[in-house]
Design a binder for this molecule. Structure first.
Ligand code: TA6
Length: 309
């Protein structure tokens, strides 16, 4: 791990003086000394990097880790952390009109500002924000402000609030690209997308109809259309189900790279593909969001864990 520079220590000291809650919240140098918010309460623990406002851990008390983080995740400027909850904005996957643009937009590789850490009942809410600047306008010539509010307790609530701070219409895509930890992908089932039309990215986004629940036997990269349905990940290996409710999200993306693609990914351990499934609350493609000047849109995912049996 790189040594924390004097400036970084000062930054962390300043962040703690503003936001630390003794015995509950502290900011520490995380991987590669990137500032990390650490939350520890009787209900749950969690970790959030300011880099990308990237949640990398949520453990409800009595449970195992719910969020997958690659053992080879790289914490580098300009690079997305592999695992956790990458924020995809203002486009999803490749930018349609510019193949050189960063995959999934540019906010997941920006350093976000920590705005507030507050008690919400017996939960803790952490608010972080980012906004347009000269660097973002090179890729996307619009003014915007994005706040991510993460509420950590016996459930996990992630809200993505986009404000059009421009004086013209803003159309964007968004996704909470969440990597959920499962014991063995081959044994996992995703329930809630039956009879929903999806675009299969492994076959040039050909449209198909989901027949029954999702089980996993190969690379899966499905964008489900016009669905606000709650999702359940049933994980017999860890004897639990992960319940995901969405708010104002009309797409759900389900992804696992499987073995061959995983082995081409430098920031993913060779066998780690078996330990996660991405289930992503999103608004993409025909469900992209359009805001008039000063309008705001909030998409949310609310996650709970229950023991099986
Ligand atoms: O959400 C699925 C997906 O769009 C896949 O096509 C794959 O590209 C994945 O995201 C990971 O993308 P990343 O840019 O984080 O490697």
């Amino acid at each position: 791990m790189a040594a924390t520079t004097a400036n970084q220590s000062l930054d962390i000291q300043a962040l703690n003086s503003r936001f630390a809650l003794p015995g509950i919240v502290k900011i520490v140098p995380g991987n590669n000394t990137f500032p990390k918010v650490v939350v520890t309460t009787p209900q749950a623990s969690a970790e959030i990097y300011l880099h990308g406002a990237h949640l990398t851990s949520w453990i409800p008390t009595g449970q195992k880790e719910v969020i997958f983080l690659s053992e080879k995740a790289q914490f580098q400027d300009g690079k997305a952390i592999r695992g956790g909850v990458p924020i995809c904005f203002p486009w999803f996957n490749a930018k349609q009109d510019d193949p050189k643009a960063p995959s999934h937009g540019f906010v997941r590789t920006k350093s976000w500002q920590l705005d507030a850490i507050t008690h919400e009942g017996n939960a803790i809410a952490v608010s972080l924000s980012t906004q347009s600047d000269e660097a973002t306008k090179k890729w996307w010539p619009h003014n915007f402000h994005v706040t991510q509010r993460i509420t950590i307790g016996t459930q996990l609530k992630i809200e993505l609030v986009v404000t059009n701070t421009d004086n013209s219409t803003l159309t964007f895509e968004e996704a909470l690209h969440t990597y959920y930890h499962v014991g063995q992908i081959r044994e996992a089932t995703v329930v809630g997308l039956n009879d929903t039309t999806y675009q299969d990215n492994t076959e040039g986004n050909r449209e198909k109809l989901q027949q029954g629940n999702n089980t996993f036997t190969q690379r899966t990269d499905n964008a489900y259309l016009n669905t606000q349905h709650d999702i359940e990940i049933i994980d017999p290996s860890l004897q639990r189900r992960i319940l995901i409710a969405k708010r104002h999200s009309n797409n759900t993306v389900v992804w696992n790279p499987w073995e061959e693609l995983a082995q081409s990914m430098a920031d993913l351990g060779d066998e780690e593909w078996q330990k996660f499934v991405c289930v992503e609350a999103a608004n993409i493609r025909a469900n992209a969001i359009t805001l008039q000047p000063e309008e705001q849109h909030t998409m949310a995912a609310i996650v709970q864990v229950q023991q099986l049996g």
